[in-house]
Design a protein around this ligand. Structure first.
Ligand code: PBE
Length: 268
């Protein structure tokens, strides 16, 4: 059996995530670009997507999900990205740190730490895996900070403590961002004395919060493509501190036991 029938096997459904995610917009665009008019993108959440994947995988059933790297699912399951010959999912994507305007004046040490915060997909994977295995995100992040003291030392070098000062970090409950946001919170609290609140929101409110100043910073901005609409909408109302992680990827993901290799194979 080849590609034929894959649509019927999965009921012409692609398992998506939260509707505000850039990945959802890109996938809606992919359905257009590849002429997949019969297909439906199912809205849900990151957690619902991985639950559906887990269930299908255990039964060796076909499934197509929207996926991204870094993500623990690539370590837990044997998966592959479907090729994207039309380039709908962009390339050279990075995760950026973005702050509200004026944070530099109001919380200079936090701002400097946020500017220096940068890590690798492998480092993020350590935190993500611990969370998947049942650790609380806060504990997993605290453990990582403890185990990577030298790296953290460099991030906070020569920065003054700002004991008791409050800071709000907004994020979306994507597994990658749960990891990064919790690590930054731990560093701000343990090393710089801040009192950090985490605001878990959808992608739209996350960007709106930075633009209107109700949130101080996010380490969850995927640029230049995935969150382009948000970045364009709030241009001038936030500060982009650059990449905190490089080596990302987005697209349609399937278990390797499925024979299809390209998004084009869905059009049969
Ligand atoms: N993601 C994970 C997000 C950014 C981080 C790829 C699901 C998005 O699509 O907006």
């Amino acid at each position: 059996a080849g590609a034929a029938g894959v649509g019927e096997q999965v009921k012409y459904e692609i398992i998506g995530i939260d509707p505000g995610a850039g990945l959802m917009k890109q996938t809606a665009q992919a359905l257009k670009d590849y002429g997949l008019t019969d297909w439906k993108l199912v809205e849900g959440s990151g957690a619902a997507m991985t639950a559906a994947l887990d269930k299908a995988y255990k039964d060796k059933k076909p499934i197509i999900v929207t996926g991204w790297t870094p993500h623990w699912m690539f370590a837990k399951y044997e998966l592959k990205y479907l090729q994207d010959p039309k380039g709908t999912y962009g390339k050279d994507e990075e995760i950026h740190t973005v702050t509200r305007n004026g944070l530099n004046q109001d919380a200079p040490s936090a701002y400097a730490l946020l500017d220096r915060f940068e890590w690798t997909p492998d480092e993020m994977a350590v935190v993500m895996s611990a969370v998947t295995e049942g650790k609380k995100p806060e504990e997993a992040a605290a453990q990582w900070v403890k185990d990577n003291a030298a790296k953290v030392d460099a991030w906070v070098k020569d920065l003054a403590k700002e004991e008791g000062k409050k800071l709000k970090l907004a994020y979306v409950a994507w597994d990658s961002e749960i990891a990064s946001t919790n690590v930054v919170k731990q560093v701000l609290e343990q090393r710089l004395g801040y009192k950090v609140d985490l605001l878990q929101v959808e992608a739209g409110p996350m960007w709106a919060g930075i633009a209107d100043g109700s949130a101080d910073a996010v380490v969850a901005a995927w640029l230049p493509t995935t969150h382009k609409d948000y970045a364009d909408k709030y241009k001038g109302k936030f500060e982009d501190l650059g990449a905190n992680l490089k080596g990302t990827k987005l697209g349609l993901v399937v278990p390797t036991y499925m024979e299809i290799t390209s998004i084009e194979d869905l059009k049969t």
